[in-house]
Design a protein around this ligand. Structure first.
Ligand SMILES: Cc1ncc(COP(=O)(O)O)c(C=O)c1O
Length: 476
């Protein structure tokens, strides 16, 4: 079997060695149409071009096209491009597009308001960057990331997040998600077997750590953040924390706990992974800087553009302690040779020009208004709910009366076509007498839908609590 690419339209025709050439072309094209590789509307190369590419007489290709046209697969008109006009029905069941269905209302945590993305400023910056892009920017860059971005981030992180680092110590990555898988690999290759994680925490990251082969120990959190005292009894080589805004409870790691945590890491020669996913969005209190500045040799600091700009950028950064830097760079180099270069240069310019600061300051004000509205509306409409974790970030915890079941909540949410996350999945051991709660991501809805989303949430809570009360009343 020989694969030949047509030069005019990049059509891969697989020719079998058996049978005549004309039959071979005909059945290869028919197969491509039946497989769905050539969909309705797909254009075929001209008979002349395909004959040239395949090294056969034009008449051979014309004969194959005529046969496919006679069978109803393609058009055939003198002087016009042939197109696929019919594809036999697929034998496989159609894809379940329901999975991708966009709900009417969405308060799942994790996303900023996409309608607030600074499109104009981003486009202006992109144009300016491309206009003076040197030729070497089109080649393979450093696996650690573009030096321009590492330079810009060193200044930005030092100023805005109190991170002590240098361009040499920074690595650009595809958000916290990639940083975590890289860090797990670094830990494993350094001999680690177990890490501690906050309980509750994001189930996605718990699953990633487990898949990497590391054992997880859950450490409870209270109103001061992770209970560092509980770490002392554990045989772990690292701990993953969200000090600025515990995810999902929303508390800030207290000063005393910060000291205790960094002391623990020094005593145990352990590492701390600081997930600073939304540290830029603080509302009511003075800025809380990074934990990393207290122990730059022990803390792996990770930041992301997913909340300040957009998750679609897939851009994040890791400030690496010296001890693991070489290993992290080696692994990254083998993994994917670093992030896409152009967007890194645009972000570097975006930071350097002050556009990121302007954007963050503006959106911080917007999110504060949303947060205030959420708290007011729920206090008024569903006073049985308590909203906490609101001093920072883009999500709040809405705790409900003890009898409220997840099932009642999710059923009511389905009826209202509202997507939400209950707290249950975030616990390491769900169902162990935890208070029912909803993790409300109030950053995501576009501005014009936000108030309606909150009304739907209030209605869902009212229904779920009402149903639970009724169910209790009717119990024998
Ligand atoms: C706890 C936590 N950390 C980090 C992130 C950001 O992940 P990424 O940078 O991969 O988009 C999120 C996103 O929702 C998150 O919930």
């Amino acid at each position: 079997m020989a694969d030949v690419w047509s030069s005019s339209l990049d059509l891969c025709v697989e020719l079998s060695n058996r049978g005549s050439l004309g039959r071979g072309i005909e059945s290869a094209l028919r197969q491509a149409i039946c497989d769905g590789r050539l969909a309705v509307g797909a254009r075929l190369p001209s008979t002349r071009a395909l004959a040239h590419d395949l090294g056969v007489a034009r008449g051979t290709v014309s004969g194959a096209y005529a046969q496919l046209a006679a069978e109803g697969y393609i058009t055939l008109r003198p002087g016009a491009v042939s197109e696929v006009i019919w594809v036999p029905p697929a034998i496989d069941p159609p894809l379940d597009f329901e999975l991708d269905r966009v709900p009417t209302w969405d308060l799942r945590p994790g996303s900023p308001d996409s309608s607030g993305f600074p499109r104009q400023a981003w486009v202006r910056t992109t144009r300016a960057v491309f206009q003076r892009l040197p030729l070497d920017a089109f080649g393979y860059g450093s696996s650690q990331g573009a030096s321009e971005l590492r330079q810009a981030l060193t200044g930005y992180l030092g100023r805005a997040r109190g991170v002590l680092t240098s361009p040499n110590r920074l690595m650009i990555c595809s958000g916290f998600t990639q940083a975590l898988s890289l860090i797990c690999e670094v830990l494993r290759r350094s001999g680690a077997e177990a890490v501690a994680m906050e309980d509750p925490c994001a189930p996605r990251y718990r699953d990633m750590v487990t898949s990497s082969g590391l054992r997880i120990e859950g450490v409870p959190c209270d109103d001061q953040g992770i209970a560092v005292a509980a770490l002392h009894g554990l045989d772990v080589q690292a701990v993953i924390v969200t000090p600025a805004h515990q995810y999902p409870l929303g508390v800030t790691l207290s000063a005393a706990r910060r000291n205790a945590l960094t002391d623990w890491a020094r005593q145990r020669n352990a590492l701390i992974v600081e997930d600073d996913y939304d540290g830029e969005f603080r509302f009511d209190r003075r800025p809380v800087g990074s934990l990393q500045q207290m122990a730059a040799d022990r803390v792996i600091y990770v930041g992301t553009a997913s909340k300040t700009l957009a998750p679609a950028l897939r851009l994040g950064w890791i400030a690496l302690p010296t001890a693991i830097q070489a290993l992290a760079v080696e692994i990254r180099d083998q993994l994917d040779r670093g992030n896409a270069g152009f967007e890194q240069l645009v972000l570097a310019e975006f930071i350097g020009s002050g556009a990121l600061d302007r954007h963050v300051r503006r959106t911080r004000g917007e999110y504060r208004k949303r947060r205030d509205y959420l708290v007011r509306a729920l206090a008024q409409d569903v006073p049985q709910a308590t909203v906490t974790g609101i001093a920072a970030g883009l999500q709040a915890l809405v705790t409900l009366p003890g009898e409220t079941s997840d099932r009642a909540l999710l059923t009511a949410a389905k009826r209202h076509d509202l997507q939400l996350h209950t707290l249950t999945d975030y616990w390491h051991k769900p169902g162990a007498g935890h208070q029912p709660a909803v993790v409300v991501g109030y950053g995501g809805p576009p501005a014009n839908a936000f108030r309606s989303c909150v009304s739907e949430l209030a209605a869902v809570i009212a229904e779920a609590c009402g149903r639970t009360t009724l169910a209790c009343l009717h119990e024998p």
